[in-house]
Design a protein around this ligand. Structure first.
Ligand code: G4P
Length: 531
C-alpha cells in the first residue's frame, strides 16, 4: 500500500461526522457549546452564538439571518478530540426547514439525539429519527436537564423504545433529580460521577467513586445509596445491554443522563462518539459504491448557504467528502457541468470562523464559495463520472406566486428566485407556458425567508399570493415519445424546477388522479433525487 493510502486510511479511521437532532429547546445549542468546550475548541461557553436560534418567532429568525456570520459559522463545525477530527453538523430545529434537515442527515455517519428529560420524546425528534432510521444511522442519546424535576428514567427509556422504535442501553444512570440530583452511575465503568453545577468553564475535579458497593457512597448519600443499588439491579434486569453491532445497525441507542448547562455528562458523550460511532462509511453512487479510503477524491453537495459573510457576497456550497484526499489547489471536476474547478479558496468551519483549508478527508465538510453554479446534490470528483445518490427533494405542500411592487424589477425577481431555488431555500417552478414562477415549500417560514432575502439581497419588494396550484409532482417516463405527447397535451400544467426537472402542477388531487389514469406510462414522483 502506498504511503498516501496509508495516510488516507489513518485519517478516515480518525474521523467522526455527526449531527445533533432534537426538538427545539431541548438544549441543542447549549450542548453544542459544551462539546466545543470539552474539546478545547473554545475556552468559555457563550461565545459560539451571540443569540440562540432555538426560538422561532419569525422576527428572531430574521435577526439571526441578518447575523448569518454567527449562526452559520456554527451550522458546521470541526474540532479535534482525543486524536480524532470531529465534524459536527447542526440541523435546523424548526419543522419548516425540515427539507434542509433531511439533507444534512444524509451527510453524517451518526446522530446525537438530545431529549429534554422533563418532556420526553417530542414531535420534531420523532420526525428526525424517522429519517435516521431510513439510513440506519447509529444514534447516541443524551437525556438533558437532569438538574430539573424530570420524568422517571425508566419511563423515559420506555417512551424512547415504544415511540422511536429503537432499543435503549443505559450507559449512565441518574442519581436523584432536580435539587437532589447527585450525579450519575456509569454502568460499564462501575463508577459514580458526582454532580457539581458547572458553568462556562469545565470543572476538571469532579469526584469519581469507584464501585457501587464503595462505602464512600453511603458516607455521601446515606439516604440514597441503598436505593441506587436497587435501582441499578432493576435497570440492568429491565433494559438492554450495550451491543456495538446493534448500535451500528441503528437498532440500539446508548443512553446518557446529564445536564448540558452544567457541563455534566458531556465528556461521556464525546467519548462514546469517538469510541463507538462509526468512521465514514462507503456511499452509494450511480455506477458503483465509493469507499472512503480510495485514493481519488469525491464528494457531494448537501447544502448551500448564501451571504454567510456580508463582506463577501458569495454562496457557500457545503460538500461532504466521501473518498480520497482533498488538497488545496487540486483540480476537482464538477460533474453535472463537466467543468474543472481549481480548488484554491475552499474553506473549513471552526467554532467562530471559516478558514482556507489545506486538506480534507472522507467525513469532512468543506465549503466551496461560488456564484450560483453549484446545486444541491451535485457530485465532485477527480474526473470519474459518478453521482452520489440518496439526496432527497420533497414535493412541496405549500405554494405561492410572487407579485412585485415595482414591475421594473422583474429581472431581479427572476434572478433572485432562480438562485434561491438552486440553493434549496425554496422550490421554484417555471411554467412551460411562460406564466408566473410558482414557489413551493414544505413550511411557511420558508416563504418569509425568501421575501426577506429578495428584499435584502436583490432589492425586490414583493408580496406573495396563493396560486391555484396545490400539488406538484416530478414527472418521468421511460418512453420518450409518450413523454413528448404528455408534455404537449399538458403544457399549461407543466413547469421546470430550478434544476430543470419536468414537474406537473395541479390544482387538486383529483386532477392528478385523472392524469395518472389517462397517462399510465407517466410516473409522478413525490420525491426526487438530484439527477
Ligand atoms: P435548543 O438549541 O435545543 O433550542 O435549546 P437551548 O440550548 O437554547 O436550550 C433551551 C433552554 O434550556 C435554555 O434556557 C437553556 O439554558 C436551557 N438548558 C439547556 N440545558 C439545560 C440543562 O442542562 N439544565 C437546565 N436546567 N436548563 C438547560 P432558556 O431559559 O430558554 O434560555 P436562556 O435564556 O437560558 O438562554
Amino acid at each position: 500500500m502506498s504511503a498516501d493510502l496509508n495516510r488516507i486510511r489513518h485519517e478516515v479511521e480518525h474521523r467522526r461526522t455527526f449531527a445533533i437532532i432534537s426538538h427545539p429547546d431541548a438544549g441543542k445549542t447549549t450542548l453544542t457549546e459544551k462539546l466545543l468546550l470539552f474539546s478545547g475548541a473554545i475556552q468559555q461557553a457563550g461565545t459560539v452564538k451571540g443569540k440562540k436560534t432555538g426560538k422561532f418567532a419569525t422576527s428572531d429568525w430574521m435577526d439571526i439571518e441578518k447575523q448569518r456570520g454567527i449562526s452559520v459559522a456554527s451550522s458546521v463545525m470541526q474540532f479535534e478530540y482525543k486524536d480524532h477530527t470531529v465534524n459536527l453538523l447542526d440541523t435546523p430545529g424548526h419543522q419548516d426547514f425540515s427539507e434542509d434537515t433531511y439533507r444534512v442527515l444524509t451527510a453524517v455517519d451518526s446522530g446525537l439525539m438530545v431529549i429534554d428529560a422533563a418532556k420526553g420524546v417530542e414531535t420534531q425528534t420523532i420526525k428526525l429519527l424517522d429519517v435516521c432510521r431510513l439510513r440506519h444511522t447509529p444514534i447516541v442519546t443524551f437525556m438533558n436537564k437532569c438538574d430539573r424535576e424530570v420524568r422517571d428514567s425508566l419511563d423515559l427509556l420506555d417512551e424512547v423504545e415504544s415511540v422511536l422504535k429503537i432499543n435503549c442501553a443505559p450507559i449512565t444512570w441518574p442519581i436523584g433529580m432536580g435539587r437532589s440530583f447527585k450525579g450519575v452511575y456509569h454502568l460499564l465503568r462501575d463508577e459514580v460521577f458526582l454532580f457539581e453545577a458547572g458553568g462556562e468553564k469545565i470543572n476538571l475535579d469532579v469526584e469519581i467513586i469507584k464501585g457501587l458497593d464503595n462505602p464512600r457512597l453511603d458516607e455521601l448519600f446515606a439516604d440514597e445509596a441503598a436505593q441506587l443499588r436497587m435501582d441499578i439491579e432493576l435497570v440492568k434486569g429491565a433494559s438492554h445491554e450495550f451491543d456495538l453491532k446493534e448500535f451500528l445497525a441503528g437498532r440500539l441507542t446508548p443512553v446518557f443522563f446529564g445536564s448540558a448547562i452544567n457541563n455534566f455528562g458531556v465528556r461521556e458523550i464525546l467519548d462514546a462518539l469517538i469510541d463507538w460511532a462509526p468512521a465514514p462509511a462507503s456511499r452509494d453512487a450511480t455506477v458503483r459504491e465509493v469507499v472512503p479510503t480510495e485514493e481519488k477524491f469525491s464528494g457531494f453537495i448537501f447544502k448551500i448557504q448564501a451571504n454567510m459573510d456580508p463582506k463577501h457576497r458569495d454562496r457557500i456550497a457545503f460538500l461532504r467528502v466521501c473518498s480520497g484526499q482533498f488538497e488545496r489547489g487540486m483540480k476537482m471536476k464538477h460533474l453535472r457541468l463537466n467543468r474543472d474547478m481549481a480548488a484554491n479558496s475552499v474553506v473549513t468551519f471552526m467554532s467562530h470562523d471559516r478558514e482556507i483549508i489545506e486538506e480534507a478527508f472522507a467525513g469532512d465538510i468543506i465549503g466551496i464559495p461560488n456564484h450560483g453554479n453549484i446545486q444541491i446534490g451535485d457530485t465532485f470528483s477527480e474526473g470519474e463520472q459518478l453521482a452520489f445518490t440518496g439526496i432527497p427533494f420533497f414535493a412541496p405542500e405549500l405554494f405561492r406566486v410572487a407579485r412585485i411592487k415595482n414591475p421594473l424589477k422583474i429581472k431581479q425577481l427572476q434572478k433572485g428566485l432562480q438562485q434561491l431555488g438552486e440553493e434549496g431555500a425554496v422550490q421554484v417552478f417555471k411554467p412551460l407556458n411562460g406564466g408566473d414562477m410558482v414557489l413551493g415549500a414544505v413550511g411557511v417560514l420558508q416563504f418569509e425567508v425568501v421575501a426577506h432575502r429578495l428584499m435584502s439581497e436583490y432589492g425586490v419588494d414583493c408580496v406573495f399570493e396563493s396560486p391555484s396550484t396545490n400539488i406538484a409532482r416530478w414527472v418521468s417516463c421511460e418512453n420518450k415519445v409518450k413523454l413528448a405527447e404528455f408534455e404537449k397535451s399538458q403544457v399549461n400544467n407543466l413547469a421546470e424546477d430550478a434544476a430543470g426537472n419536468l414537474t406537473y402542477l395541479a390544482n387538486h388531487r383529483v386532477n392528478l388522479d385523472i392524469m395518472r389514469e389517462r397517462h399510465p406510462d407517466i410516473v409522478f414522483h413525490e420525491t426526487r433525487e438530484h439527477a
